[in-house]
Design a protein around this ligand. Sequence first.
Ligand code: KIV
Ligand code: ZN
Length: 544
Amino acid sequence: MSKNKKYTPGDRIIIFDTTLRDGEQAPGAGMTVPEKVQIAHQLARLGVDVIEAGFPFSSPAQAEAVRRIASEVKGPAICALARATTGDVEAAAKSLEGGKKTRIHTFIATSDIHLETKFEDDRYGKTIEEKRETIKRMAVDAILLAMQFTDDVEFSAEDAGRTGQEFLCDIVKAAIDAGATTINLPDTTGYCIPEEYAEIFSTVLKHIRIPDRVVLSTHCHDDLGFAVANSFAGVRAGARQVECTINGIGERAGNAALEEIAMIFSVREDLLGLKTGIQARMLMATSKMVSTFCGFSVQRNKAIVGENAFCHEAGIHQDGVLKRRDTYEIMSAEDVGQTSESIRLGRHSGRHGLYNRLEKLGISITEDNRERLYEEFTRLADRKKEINDIDLFNLLEENTTPMNTPHYQLDHMEVSVGTDKKPEASVRIRHLRSGRSEEKTATGDGPIDALFRAIDHAVSEAHDLINYSIRSISEGADAFGEVCVLISIGGPCFAGKASNTDVLFASAEAYVNALNNLAAFRSDEESIQFVNDGIIQAFQGGEA
Ligand code: KIV
Ligand code: ZN
């Protein structure tokens, strides 16, 4: 523990949620602006302190998401990410204009490996020492500029986990002197082990006087599975902000999982004496909302929010739990919102039951959308015996997600399979810009392959299929299947998602949705559907 700061029991950990920024950087996890706004409202109800809502300079859709969240979501500070450049900081400030509590988060890489590659150009300096001076000056300039728009400015030394101690302390000191109020030391590549990561904070606290106005922050990636352990080690060494995401989604292997961080400080408060402001009972609904909107399922055995997290299989465990819950459970399913609803929604449910459940799930719907959603709900209830929470998130997603003005529409599809014939699919696709329809037939290795080939013939948008995934998102033989398709043109990736009780139909729709996103990108339309290219390019390049 540092001699500069006294950490008494009851100390508060600031939860900085970056689901909508770093979380969304997970390839294929793109969310639409309305989905992000829903999630941001949910995060506010969950009790996070800061919401990093996006990276405005990287795309118009990112800027729009930050603008809407800053003006609509009350409670947490709304943060926008910016590289240490004038353009980025100004774009962040502009998106945050309508907000009351706002933060600009500016970052620049500090490790030698990043300096030598991203800042290779001689204009940053010929030697590594010269490059370091340039980087430091850019960081200071960006902080000073950001402070003209808000007094809450965060600075991140990107790849701090692999940055030499001396330069790290040097740039941290310069950032604090320039006025930064949060200093974030990310383990960008998930390289550190907990002792090493803790050591970074101890070193900074040892060599720099940290004023009371400044908070140190952790930001950990999970490449070695240490994201949560490293965040925890950082807190033990003096950090008081943790950057994390719902379900641990994020770049590559992801970020530290918010739900795990929150429950560590809640369950082990006896040992740590540290608190977060998280309303743990909202964790499960938030996890489901994020997993539905970004199309990433949660593994069954995931801590806190996995389906099996509170299930007991072995007889000896079941017996123990029945006699006394805490023989095998350190928290209860109810504590984190893993409860089964006593009121079941189905064909006989009315508006009141539906709206009531939506409210419990933290879903806000406008008056205009209510009736439409109810009609969709009754249509679904005719097809499916019981409607669960995930079905509701999906209904909501379909009814509030405006697409880019589409280029293609699937008007008809037919698939035939049999034990002695090659699967064959026929589709009719309408080209909405020209009004013409294309009918094509193809065979394939399976029905989905045949369908995709037929769609390819009817559409002619060159691309590679990167990923196809299908999962059951509700229970029973009549379950909803959700299909996520990721296509690429050798750099930018385009995702398409669709869900239906008929998985072949969902597959075709998801594929056409991805093609629509690709077509919108090719025709250079301003898109409100986020396409990951902006962020990826911004992180790969150095300066804009
Ligand atoms: O991992 C990282 O370094 C980041 C920074 C932008 C904070 O996400
Ligand atoms: Zn990150």
